[in-house]
Design a protein around this ligand. Structure first.
Ligand SMILES: NC(=O)c1ccc[n+]([C@@H]2O[C@H](COP(=O)([O-])OP(=O)(O)OC[C@H]3O[C@@H](n4cnc5c(N)ncnc54)[C@H](OP(=O)(O)O)[C@@H]3O)[C@@H](O)[C@H]2O)c1
Length: 246
């Protein structure tokens, strides 16, 4: 059966910004696959999104688990035969064990953050590549953040001056940005556009609800990059106001 709607997968879509992106893509008429590692949370999110009328389906996906990633790719291949939009949103902030000098756990915490934010993103993207290549206009959106801006981080009295130095999260998002440029380079000739976005400082569980905007307000930049026309940018790092310094 050929599916005429746009098929979108959002990782970490059971809550927070990913959930809001899934809702916004469903509102635009896409068939949205809610990637989540926990079945109960996944089903609850799907129920909520369906209540608003969306064509939404759950898909079990832990971005640190090769088995669930392979299973998700197989399920999407069987059900739809292709993937049009991949939103790599799943991410963790990590905790205080990533502060330089706090002790022996620092490398493990940095590794844990990279495992989800970087290696998980790469593993999911690799698994979905064959499906994206079967799309007439594949779009990949990597949810990064201003913390991934080396320019911002290297400015002593800049926007992050009041935060403690962190070895995991900012470096993981800088790596997401770097990976984004390389996927963009790899996929340019296939018409697949790959971009990194900053959703802004958003109140979610990921930051103890300290953000100054709602997840719903954070979603539009991801939606914009997921729905780019053929002449849209690729390999960019943007927020709602335009390009962010690397
Ligand atoms: N909030 C901000 O101010 C802000 C700013 C810039 C960038 N971001 C980025 O935005 C993205 C979403 O964050 P958020 O603020 O919405 O945080 P959140 O509310 O904590 O949501 C994170 C989502 O990622 C999922 N997740 C974590 N590890 C996973 C894994 N191994 N496999 C699959 N899913 C996993 C979580 O699932 P569970 O429910 O199972 O934990 C949850 O659905 C992240 O990449 C974050 O770095 C956020």
């Amino acid at each position: 059966m050929t599916h005429t709607t746009t098929i979108a997968l959002v990782t970490g879509a059971n809550k927070g910004i990913g959930h809001a992106i899934a809702a916004a893509l469903a509102e635009r008429g896409m068939t949205v696959l809610v990637g989540a590692r926990d079945i109960e949370r996944r089903n609850a999110a799907v129920r909520k999104l369906r209540a608003s009328g969306g064509d939404v389906h759950g898909i079990t996906l832990d971005v640190t688990s090769a088995d669930t990633i392979a299973g998700a790719a197989e399920e999407i291949a069987t059900r739809y035969g292709r993937l049009d939009v991949l939103v790599n949103n799943a991410g963790i902030t990590g905790d205080e064990r990533q502060i330089p000098g706090v002790g022996a756990d620092v490398p493990a915490e940095v590794r844990r953050v990279f495992e989800t934010n970087v290696f998980g993103l790469v593993a999911v993207t690799e698994a979905m590549l064959p499906l994206l290549l079967r799309s007439p206009a594949g779009r990949v959106v990597n949810v990064s953040g201003r913390g991934g801006s080396l320019t911002a981080m290297a400015t002593p009295d800049g926007e992050f001056a009041d935060l403690p130095p962190l070895l995991g999260y900012p470096a993981s998002k800088a790596a997401v940005n770097a990976v984004t440029t390389q996927y963009a380079k790899h996929l340019r000739r296939n018409g697949i556009l790959v971009n990194a976005v900053c959703p802004g400082h958003t109140a979610t569980e990921g930051n103890g609800f300290t953000g100054d905007r709602t997840a719903r307000q954070a979603a539009p930049i991801a939606v914009r990059m997921a729905t780019l026309g053929p002449d849209g940018p690729t390999g960019a790092f943007v927020d709602e106001n335009g390009p962010i310094p690397w």
